[in-house]
Design a protein around this ligand. Structure first.
Ligand code: PGA
Length: 264
C-alpha cells in the first residue's frame, strides 16, 4: 500500500519583509537538512508573491526543491494570461518554481469577496497549469454557534472543488485563525469525519484520498493531538510559520505523531 504523504504547510500571508523572508526560508531549509524528516513528511512554504523568486533560489541553493520541501503561493488568478491588472496567473507561479497554491483562504473570501464559484475557477486554472491547489474551507463562529457548520462545509466542498479534484483541502474554522483558540479534539474529529464523508460525493469517486489538513492557531504544542486524528493528513500554519524554530518544531512534532501510523 502506498504511504499517504503528510503535510506541514506554512502560510506567511503578507507578513515577512523581503530580507526576513529569504533568511527564514534559508533557516528552515538548513533545519530540515540538519534533521531530515522522513520522506512521507512534505513541507511547503508559501511566501508572498514578491518573495517567490528569491525563496526558490534559496531552495535550489540548498538542494531542497523537491516533493519533501517545496514552495507554494497564496493565491492566483483564474486565467493563464490576459488584461488583468495586478493579477498573477498560475503559469506565472509555476515559472517561478511554485508547486502549490493556497486558494479560498477565509481572508480572501472575506476581504476580496471570493465566492465558491470564483475559487472553483481558480482550482481549474491552477490544475491546468500543473500546480496543486490547497483549498481552504471553514465556518465562521456565528455559523458554528447556530449549528450551521455542516451545511457551510458541504456547500464549500460542493462549490469550491472541481469534480475529480486532485489537490489538498484545508479545514480552517475562521474563529480559530489567529485567535490562539483551536477546536477541541472531539470537535475536530467530528468535523474531519464529516469532511471525509462529503468528499467522495464531490470527487465522484472514493478511490483517491485527498489530503485533508487542519489550520488555525497551530503550534507545536497542539500538533501531536491534532495529528493523532487519523482522518487528518497535516497542518496549515500561519503565525507559527514565521519563525524558523517554531515551524521546525511543528514539523518534528507532526513527524513524531505520525510515525507509528505510517510504519504500521
Ligand atoms: P494562524 O493562521 O496559524 O496564524 O491561525 C492559519 C491560517 O490562516 O492559515
Amino acid at each position: 500500500m502506498r504511504t499517504v504523504p503528510k503535510f506541514v504547510i506554512g502560510n506567511w500571508k503578507m507578513q515577512a519583509r523581503h530580507s526576513y523572508g529569504l533568511q527564514l526560508a534559508c533557516d528552515i531549509a538548513r533545519g530540515i537538512k540538519e534533521v531530515p524528516p522522513p520522506s512521507f513528511m512534505h513541507t511547503v512554504i508559501c511566501p508572498p508573491f514578491t518573495q517567490l523568486a528569491g525563496v526558490h533560489d534559496v531552495l535550489e541553493k540548498e538542494g531542497l526543491n523537491s516533493d519533501v520541501f517545496a514552495m507554494g503561493a497564496q493565491d492566483c488568478y483564474p486565467a493563464a494570461s490576459g488584461p488583468f491588472t495586478g493579477d498573477i496567473s498560475p503559469q506565472m507561479l509555476t515559472a517561478l518554481g511554485a508547486r502549490y497554491v493556497i486558494l479560498g483562504h477565509s481572508e480572501r473570501r472575506q476581504n476580496h469577496g471570493e465566492t465558491n464559484a470564483v475559487i472553483r475557477q481558480k482550482v481549474k486554472a491552477a490544475t491546468a497549469a500543473g500546480i496543486t491547489p490547497i483549498v481552504c474551507i471553514g465556518e465562521h463562529l456565528a455559523e458554528r454557534n447556530e449549528g450551521r457548520a455542516a451545511s457551510i462545509l458541504a456547500s464549500q466542498i460542493e462549490g469550491s472543488l472541481t469534480r475529480g479534484f486532485r489537490g489538498i483541502v484545508a479545514y480552517e474554522p475562521v474563529w480559530a485563525i489567529g485567535s490562539g483558540i483551536t477546536p477541541s479534539h472531539e470537535e475536530l474529529q467530528r468535523k474531519l469525519t464529516l469532511i471525509r464523508s462529503l468528499l467522495p460525493m464531490r470527487l465522484m469517486t472514493d478511490d483517491i484520498r485527498v489530503p485533508v489538513l487542519y489550520g488555525g492557531s497551530v503550534t507545536s504544542v497542539q500538533t501531536p493531538s491534532i495529528m493523532s486524528i487519523k482522518e487528518l493528513d497535516g497542518v496549515l500554519v500561519g503565525s507559527a510559520s514565521l519563525e524558523a524554530q517554531s515551524f521546525l518544531d511543528i514539523i518534528r512534532a507532526a513527524t513524531e505523531a505520525t510515525l507509528p501510523q505510517s510504519s504500521s
